[in-house]
Design a protein around this ligand. Sequence first.
Ligand code: FAD
Length: 342
Amino acid sequence: MENILVLTHADESGSSLSKASLEAVTAGKELAAQLSATLTIGIIASDAAAAANSLATAGARLLAVSGEAFAQARYASDAAAVEALCRAAQPTIVLAPGTSRFTRVAAGVAHRLGGFIDTHITALGGMDKVEASRWFYRQRVEAVISRNVRPWFLLLDAGTHAVFAGASGAAQVEQVAVQLPALRTTVSGFRAPQQGQQTIRPDAKMLFVAGAGWTKKQPDGQIHVGEAGELILGFLRATGASLGSSKSLVDQGGEGEPVLPFLTHMNQIGQTGSTPRHAKGLSTCCHGEEPHVVGWRFIGDRRAISLDPNCGWTRGKADVVYVADAFPVMAKVNALLEAAKK
Ligand SMILES: Cc1cc2nc3c(=O)[nH]c(=O)nc-3n(C[C@H](O)[C@H](O)[C@H](O)COP(=O)(O)OP(=O)(O)OC[C@H]3O[C@@H](n4cnc5c(N)ncnc54)[C@H](O)[C@@H]3O)c2cc1C
C-alpha cells in the first residue's frame, strides 16, 4: 500500500500555509482516497502549530518542523527539514508544491533517500498505481508517468488543484526534531519590486497580454508608446491582472526601438517564455502566432483585440476576437472600470 506524504510550508507570515501548499494538500487527499493510501502532511514553518490549524479537518497525520531556522528559505535548513519529515513518515510517495522553496531542495532530498523525482506535475491519477501527468516540449505533448522506484517525489505545478479549505481548529501535531548542519547562508531579508511595480501576478484571475502592435505606427502615421503605457498600466491597476507580453515586444528594447519600460523578458508568454495559468486572458495588439499562443495552453477564456481580421487569433485560437483598434477600446474599458469603482 502507498504511504503518501504531502510537504507544505508557511507563507511570508510564518504561521499560515502558502496557497500552493494548500493545493498540494487537496492533491494528496484526492490521491489517498483513490488509492486507499495513508496520508501524512508535513509542515515546515517558524510557527508550525499555528499553520497546522488550517489542516485540523484534513483527516491526515500531521508532522511539523518548527523554529526560526525554518522561517526563511535556505538550502541547508530546508533540505534537512524535508529529509527529517520523510524519515519520520517513511512515505512511498511525496507530493510537494513546486514552489521555489521546494523546487530547490526536493531533488537533493530524493537523492539522499535513494528515491526519484519528477517535476511540473499537473494531474495525478490511477486506481492501483500512481500515474502522474506532465507536459513536455512547451506544453505540446502530455505524458503520463508511472514508476516503481520509491520514494517517488512529485512536484506539483501551481494552479492545478483547488486550495484545501477545511474548517480550522486545534490540530494535533507531532513535532519532528531536525539535526541542522552548519549553516553557511544567512538570509538578511528580501528585496522585491515595490507593490504596484510588480506586474507578474501568478494568482491573478486574468492575464493581460501586450503585443508589439502597441509600439507600431498607428493609422495617423505616428507611434503612441506613452499613451500605450498609460492604457496598459491603467487597466492593470483597475483589475489587478497579470501582465504578459509577446516576444517581439520585449525584444524591441535590444533593437533600439520604442519600448514599454515596465516590460521585461520575465513577462514573455510562449514557447520561449512562460505558460501561466489564469481563468481569463485578454491579448491586445498581438498577432496570435503559434510560438506565442502555445503559452496560452492553460488560459481558460481567451479574448483578443487586433486590427488584423486574418491574425492567428481569428483562426480558432481565441474564444472571442474583437477586430478593432486597441487604443480606443482599452481607453473605453478603463473608463468603464473607473466608473464602476465610483
Ligand atoms: C523559435 C521561436 C520561438 C518563439 N518564441 C516566442 C515566445 O515565446 N513568445 C512570443 O510571443 N513569440 C515567440 N516567437 C515569435 C513569434 O513567432 C512572433 O513573432 C511574435 O509572437 C509576434 O509578436 P506580436 O504579435 O506582438 O507582433 P507582430 O507580429 O508585429 O503583430 C502585431 C499585431 O498588432 C496588431 N496591431 C497593431 N496596432 C494595433 C492596434 N492599434 N489595435 C489592435 N491591434 C493592433 C497588428 O495587426 C498585428 O497583428 C518565437 C519565434 C520563434 C521562431
